[in-house]
Design a protein around this ligand. Structure first.
Ligand SMILES: Cc1cc2nc3c(=O)[nH]c(=O)nc-3n(C[C@H](O)[C@H](O)[C@H](O)COP(=O)(O)O)c2cc1C
Length: 250
């Protein structure tokens, strides 16, 4: 069986994982709650967003744990700039002696939208174009196509600098009075960085900058730097409640 491991805060990576499962089968597993090494699977596919030209903390920490003998394919998705993340992921997998066979990139809607807004018509266009690209990537994985990045330029220094500062993002969030105390943000935070004390939401200093709480709060009560920005992003083609869940083979 294929193990489809994903990290996702706003559903794009889960959307891609769902398509992979529909076309070639496999079990979908949410990386932050998985403790194994993937050796129960014949083949491993990791589906991850690109963060600052590199990988989210949970994916970065997960890859070295994987069984070295399993064939590994990494499917990265991004909002606008790969910035050498494909080569970075390849080099990182090699450093960790993983049996990496393919690295693919797919453009999806941007979710790092703390300071700007993506127009709705453009979102639809990106999603429609993504479907074609996802199908091509799945076909390549299905036939075991070895597709590895050639361009060796990465933004490794910027990535490590940003990664070291992601924990500060939580400090820039504030919760407005529209908060209904539902606790959804507490449950969805992959870093267990949000708590509710006496009915009040508090952020710790372990934020991994995924922005899941910001985008998925039903009241849009979480603000960044107190900006009154109204738009939020959740992939419209998935069931939002399934983000963070595992799914058995169909
Ligand atoms: C902290 C952070 C950093 C990001 N950095 C990049 C980046 O360097 N380049 C890019 O094109 N998109 C970047 N993005 C956007 C995501 O990669 C993109 O929207 C992805 O599809 C989100 O996947 P998800 O919905 O599964 O979480 C970033 C998003 C976050 C939250």
């Amino acid at each position: 069986m294929i193990g489809i491991f994903y990290f996702s805060s706003t559903g794009n990576s889960l959307y891609i994982s769902n398509m992979i499962r529909e076309k070639i089968g496999g079990k979908i597993i949410y990386i932050p709650t998985y403790t194994g090494d993937g050796s129960e699977f014949e083949k491993i596919i990791v589906v991850s967003p690109i963060y600052s030209s590199g990988l989210p903390v949970h994916v970065y920490d997960f890859l070295p744990r994987l069984d070295h003998e399993r064939e590994l394919f990494i499917v990265l998705n991004y909002g606008g700039m790969i910035g050498g993340a494909d080569y970075f992921a390849y080099a990182y997998a090699q450093q960790n002696r993983l049996n990496v066979k393919g690295i693919f990139t797919i453009k999806m809607p941007e979710n790092y939208t703390l300071t700007f807004t993506v127009p709705k018509f453009y979102l639809k266009h990106i999603l429609d174009s993504a479907d074609k690209r996802i199908e091509k990537v799945i076909a390549k994985i299905a036939c075991g196509d070895s597709t590895l990045p050639r361009k060796k330029k990465t933004k490794e220094k910027i990535y490590y600098k940003n990664k070291a500062n992601w924990h500060l993002i939580g400090e820039r969030f504030s919760v407005q009075e529209d908060c209904i105390g539902c606790g959804k943000c507490v449950g969805l935070c992959p870093a267990q960085n949000i708590s509710m004390e006496n009915g009040k939401i508090t952020f710790g200093n372990g934020c991994v900058a995924c922005l899941g709480c910001y985008h998925r709060c039903p009241q849009k009560a979480i603000r960044y730097l107190r900006k009154k920005k109204k738009d939020r992003y959740i992939n419209p083609r998935i069931d939002e409640k399934s983000i963070g869940k595992n799914m058995d083979e169909i």
